[in-house]
Design a protein around this ligand. Structure first.
Ligand code: UT7
Length: 331
């Protein structure tokens, strides 16, 4: 019997209205538009404003749009995997909350935490559910409200991150397209370079942790940068090599949007010209688990059935990975 493959059959996305520009950041911290653009490639990022709004509200919008585009009733969804580091609450899971908001009573949902690689880890997990034959419709969502955990007085991190959500629907493929291969990696020795100091079980919230600003992203930028360049480029290359793919076989590189210089290094290692690289970091910044599906959302109309895509990521943990996806439809 032929192995079932998981195809992406629809994409949904959502970014908040509010644009935090480099110019506005110049009024908040000691920085310049020129510094941010030349060091990161970012021009603006979207911020979710409004009391009581969280990741589930953005995730819901992406999921709702995806079901509408595919013309399916949310009741048909079997499972929602929500990749995020900014859940609405520590528990219950944000996936749970979205299932209720989106009217998906027949789905089970859970959150998956792998920072910027969350979407890729969730995509491989969701694809395995489809490949097993046990589930028919699985939504893989990447969503982060990074503005909830960013210190806007820290110029080394607040210039980078933004808010957003992107989702794909996975269904069984009836041809050669779908998720074809993945390489995923984790290395806990990277914790010290990128983490949030307090708010977890090791260091629960106290007045002291709040006053010490320990509930925000802590990042040693240069160290992460070095690992990210190597990690993302190497794993993308390895995935291509083990599938006998060359740059000519690939139509699109879909890289995690953390820094334009990291994206350029990855593309060049994989021998891919800039025209084949999805880049939207200039308008959204780094939306953590949402960067990859937001790229697919932005480029959906240009994608053709049979296109070979390599998705690649690197993030806190450290976590990194690459996935080979053969696109399944023309828009
Ligand atoms: O997605 C999760 C994974 N994260 C990443 O992949 C992020 C990887 N790291 C990076 O993207 C970069 O390291 C940053 C964008 C965070 C920083 O860029 P950099 O080129 O590595 O800068 P740096 O940390 O080496 O700092 C260079 C200088 C320093 O000044 P001195 O010590 O040379 O006087 C910083 O204080 O730039 C200064 N600086 C800034 N200046 C203006 C740091 N942030 C800013 C800023 N505006 N916003």
């Amino acid at each position: 019997m032929e192995k079932i493959k998981a195809a992406v059959t629809a994409v949904g996305g959502y970014v908040p209205e509010y644009r935090l520009t480099n110019k506005e950041l110049e009024t908040m911290i000691e920085t310049t538009d020129e510094w941010i653009k030349s060091r990161t490639g970012i021009e603006e990022r979207r911020i979710l404003k409004g009391e009581g709004l969280g990741s589930s509200d953005m995730g819901y919008e992406a999921v709702r749009q995806l079901c509408e585009k595919r013309g399916i009733d949310p009741k048909e969804i079997d499972c929602l995997i929500c990749a995020t580091v900014t859940p609405d609450m520590v528990f219950p899971s944000t996936a749970n909350i979205i299932c209720e908001k989106a009217g998906m009573p027949n789905a089970f949902g859970f959150d998956l935490g792998a920072a910027c690689s969350g979407f890729l880890f969730a995509l491989t997990t969701g694809a395995s559910f489809i490949e097993s034959g046990r589930y028919k419709k699985v939504i893989v969502l990447g969503v982060d409200k990074m503005s909830a955990i960013i210190d806007y007085s820290d110029r080394t991190t607040c210039i980078i991150f933004g808010d957003g959500a992107g989702a794909v629907l996975l269904e069984a493929s009836n041809d050669e397209t779908g998720v074809l291969d993945s390489l995923l990696r984790s290395d806990g020795s990277g914790v010290k370079h990128l983490h949030m100091k307090a708010g977890g079980s090791v260091k629960p919230a106290t007045i002291e942790t709040v006053l010490a600003r320990e509930h925000y992203v802590y990042q040693e930028g240069q160290a992460v940068f070095k690992f990210a360049v190597k990690g993302m480029a190497d794993i993308g290359y390895e995935l291509m090599e083990r599938n006998n793919l060359t740059g000519d076989d690939i139509q699109w590189l879909v890289p995690h949007q953390a820094n334009l210089r990291i994206i350029d290094a990855t593309a060049s290692r994989m021998n891919l010209p800039k025209e084949k690289v999805m880049i939207n970091i200039q308008k959204y910044g780094n939306t953590t688990a949402a960067t990859l599906p937001l790229c697919l959302w932005d480029w959906e109309k240009q994608l053709k059935k049979g296109d070979n895509l390599i998705l690649a990521s690197f993030g806190g943990g450290f976590t990194w990975g690459a996935t080979w996806l053969k696109w399944s439809y023309n828009s």
